[in-house]
Design a protein around this ligand. Structure first.
Ligand code: SF4
Ligand code: SF4
Length: 67
């Protein structure tokens, strides 16, 4: 399978404060940043994400990282 030509970020569990409601989540127009339950570690859906990296700027704890 071809690798997409963009970089999908990940949530760094060490840095993430598992906010009650992930503050970065609403910035993702594709709803690729997912948090099902409050206070749960969110994750980024690798299929939906298009690597715009808007969410990276929105996390106050810099927990969304590009490797
Ligand atoms: S990714 Fe950032 S905004 Fe989202 S829950 Fe973790 S620390 Fe909070
Ligand atoms: S990089 Fe863009 S598309 Fe991917 S989760 Fe963040 S805001 Fe959504």
């Amino acid at each position: 399978m071809m690798r997409a030509n963009y970089r999908v970020p990940n949530i760094d569990a060490e840095k993430c404060h598992t906010c009650k409601r992930c503050l970065a989540r609403r910035s993702c127009r594709l709803k690729a940043l997912v948090q099902f339950e409050q206070n749960e570690l969110p994750y980024i859906d690798q299929v939906l994400c298009r690597g715009c990296l808007v969410c990276v700027e929105e996390c106050p704890f810099r927990a969304i990282v590009v490797e």
